[in-house]
Design a protein around this ligand. Structure first.
Ligand code: C2E
Ligand code: MG
Ligand code: MG
Length: 715
């Protein structure tokens, strides 16, 4: 887990550090202030002390001077130098007295206490002496080392002179310094004590912060970090988080427990979602997503082990019809039965490692791993079995329906090396199986890739083919069985490509439908056929021929059909009764509501509608009651087998009878033999069409046929 750059712990520590710093700053400031105050107090104390000491010396000096002055008045008056000397010496001997000088009123030295008085008569070299003589009270002057007290000596008003006592200040200063020193000492001690206290408090605070940090770490940061890490693991999809057994009764404890419950619920939810995401809801099989993952995985394994894989891509043939005709419930039912058939085949043949998945709507894939026999061999057996099994009838809504399956097989490593290419190959091979007539399997080959390319190429070529006159119409005669008279034609489209030659409709109609080009080409066919038919002569009975135009489901669904029909009729002048539209069952029954309303509108316009390829779908006869069609064209597969297969004959007979009961015309297509024609006419089939009666003709060929007054029997 990557811890946040500035996490909770860091924030707490930073906050604590700031608080600590502020406290240190305040305490420091206080200490500095205190030190300054102490210094000031010390200075003031020094001054006061000095004043006190000074005062003492001054008072003592003054007292000594005054006392001496009293003693000296008489000896001075009588000029008794010996007495003066004795008194002076007496005073000079006093403690702290440096010297004693006696001077006359002019400030000249009289005595200094020495025996020879070397400086006798010398003038005092400062003005204080003279000022003292004139003054009535003692005067004091002070130098750093000496305090001099001058006292006047007089009898009455007669000045006799003055005396000076020089007090030595050095001892006083020494005393003062000593006291100051002691004071300083005390103060420093106090300061140290204060500092000690402050430091102690700070340490206490630091200790407290550390304890708090530990507490916060233990009670908040650690659980929150754990929660963060667990949340990140959940975010990465790792839901296996060990539960935090905590007894804590506080909010964090509650949060941890809630988180535990939440992560367990997420894990459960994840399992469910995975289950849902990786399995197909309808069949319970592995789904596309899970298959893709497994395929990647197995490819890696197979590659590493040098083993082969085979992929079968199965698509149910005509499954859409089940949904369209019987509804989605029936479709689901059919799919389930299909899935069961496939599952049991895979279980029996596919080997232990076989993986079956529903890949999409009606697509299934099977991945075969090489076992005792090669993957290709197993795939072949499985495909053969599946084609048989899946061709068997399914029972859906009390009906028997016949579907089939087209299977594509592709091999690893022969055909492709990665999952995407392998699946694409499977799809291409499956598509080729469809093209090959469905209900079969095909192996992928490189040539198939080219087939897909050819299809794309065909689509490009088909664009603008009409404008380049590569598309033309042919007309296949339709005869009445009653009088064997040529009464109409089916309009069929032909494509003559300049390079590829004649391309069969079975190929290009499909391309046109898939690409939507049919919506451009279809209306052009309709219009051109109407215009052509207008130019044809009448038949031998003087009747005008009808034209039967094939309409693709896409044309029906885009909603413009009615308008296109009307404009073609109007543009060509063809009578509406001469136009028949051939719709396939799928087109009509896919969306019955739309079809019914459209068919009614076409009816009102006078146009007839036939159901083409009738019998190949699932509409069944009962649907004919609901869809107002004018005719059905029995598919040529029934006609072909009619002679050999009694079921087909019975069905054809039933269709004819039922249609007649409903007043619907019956057309049989693909009549290739006389016997078929006879069978159909005996059973009352109204109209017939087929190679035995006439192949599709150019307009010119048809005109000459008409001019010959063609009848079916005449051929
Ligand atoms: P379809 O509408 O069922 O057309 C009948 C097909 O059966 C035509 O094939 C016709 O040539 C063929 N046929 C007729 N009699 C016999 C016979 O006795 N034996 C055999 N084996 N075949 C016979 P064609 O022309 O190849 O058309 C194939 C399909 O292409 C048509 O089937 C139709 O669905 C579609 N198609 C053709 N032209 C158009 C068109 O203009 N528009 C649309 N939407 N589809 C068209
Ligand atoms: Mg047709
Ligand atoms: Mg047909």
């Amino acid at each position: 887990m990557s811890t946040p750059r500035f996490g909770l712990q860091a924030r707490f520590l930073a906050g604590s550090a700031v608080v600590l710093l502020v406290v240190v700053a305040i305490v420091g400031l206080m200490l500095v202030r205190q030190a300054a105050a102490q210094r000031e107090a010390l200075r003031n104390s020094g001054e006061v002390l000095s004043q006190v000491f000074d005062q003492g010396v001054r008072e003592r000096g003054t007292a000594l001077a005054n006392a001496l002055a009293d003693t000296l008045i008489n000896p001075l008056y009588y000029s008794d130098l010996a007495a003066i000397g004795a008194a002076v010496r007496n005073t000079a001997r006093q403690k702290s007295v440096s010297y004693v000088l006696v001077y006359d009123p002019d400030g000249r030295l009289i005595h200094d206490g020495s025996f020879d008085v070397a400086g006798y008569g010398q003038p005092m070299n400062d003005p204080l002496a003279k000022a003292a003589v004139r003054s009535r009270k003692p005067l004091v002057q002070e130098s750093p080392s000496i305090l001099e007290v001058d006292v006047p000596l007089a009898i009455g008003d007669q000045p006799l002179g003055g005396l000076r006592v020089g007090m030595n200040l050095a001892p006083v200063r020494a005393q003062e310094a000593k006291s100051m020193h002691a004071l300083e000492q005390r103060m420093r001690e106090t300061q140290r004590r204060e500092l000690g206290w402050a430091l102690g408090l700070m340490l206490l605070l630091l200790g407290f912060v550390c304890v708090m940090a530990f507490y916060v770490q233990y009670t908040l940061v650690r659980p929150i970090r754990w929660l963060g890490a667990a949340a990140q693991r959940i975010e990465r999809g790792d839901y296996l988080i060990e539960a935090q057994a905590t007894r804590r009764g506080d909010e964090v404890g509650e949060l941890l427990r809630t988180f535990d419950r939440m992560s367990q619920s997420i894990a459960r939810h994840d399992r469910d979602v995975r289950q849902m995401a990786y399995t197909d809801a309808l069949t319970g099989l592995t789904n596309r997503l899970a298959f893709r993952e497994a395929l990647d995985h197995r490819l890696l394994r197979a590659q590493a082990a040098g083993r082969g894989l085979a992929l079968l891509f199965i698509d149910i043939d005509e499954f859409k019809r089940v949904n369209d005709t019987l509804g989605h419930e029936a479709g689901d039912d059919a799919l389930l039965q299909f899935a069961q058939h496939i599952s049991s085949a895979v279980e029996q043949i596919g080997g232990d490692d076989a993986l079956l998945a529903r890949f999409g709507g009606d697509e299934f894939v099977i991945l075969i791993s090489q076992g005792q026999s090669s993957a290709a061999e197993i795939a072949k057996q499985l495909a053969e079995r599946l084609v048989i099994d899946l061709g068997k009838p399914l029972h859906v809504q009390q009906r028997e329906i016949f579907l089939g399956s087209s299977i594509g097989i592709t091999l690893f490593p022969e055909d492709a090396g990665d999952a995407t290419a392998l699946l694409k190959n499977g799809d291409i091979a499956m598509y080729q199986a469809k093209l090959a007539g469905k209900n079969c399997f095909r192996y992928y080959s490189l040539a198939m890739d080219h087939a897909v390319e050819r299809r794309l190429h065909l689509e490009q070529e088909l664009r603008g083919a009409w404008e380049r006159n590569e598309l033309r119409l042919v007309y296949q005669p339709i005869f009445r069985t009653r009088d064997r008279m040529l009464c109409g034609v089916e309009v069929l489209l032909r494509w003559d490509h300049p390079a590829l030659g004649a391309i069969p409709p079975s190929m290009f109609i499909d391309v046109a439908e898939q690409s939507g080009l049919i919506q451009i080409i279809g209306p052009k066919v309709l219009r051109a056929a109407c215009e052509q038919a207008q130019q044809w002569p009448r038949n031998a009975l003087g009747e005008e021929l009808f034209i039967s135009v094939n309409v693709s489901p896409k044309q029906l669904r885009n909603g413009d059909l009615l308008q296109e029909v009307e404009s073609s009729l109007l543009g060509s002048g063809l009578a509406a009764a001469r136009l028949h539209l051939e719709l396939t069952e799928t087109a009509v029954i896919g969306d019955e509501m739309l079809a019914v309303s459209l068919l009614e509108k076409l009816h009102r316009a006078g146009v007839k509608v036939w159901l083409d390829d009738f019998g190949t779908g699932f509409s069944g006869l009962s649907h004919l009651r609901q869809v107002p069609v004018d005719g059905v064209k029995i598919d040529r597969s029934f006609v072909a087998d009619m002679e050999r297969d009694p079921d087909d004959l019975a069905l054809t007979t039933a269709i004819i009878a039922m249609a007649h009961a409903l007043g619907i015309t019956v057309v049989a297509e693909g009549v290739e033999q006389e016997a078929q024609f006879e069978l159909l006419s005996q059973r009352g089939c109204d109209l017939v069409q087929g190679y035995w009666l006439g192949r599709p003709l150019e307009a010119a060929g048809l005109v000459s046929l008409l001019e010959r007054g063609a009848m079916a029997a005449v051929r």
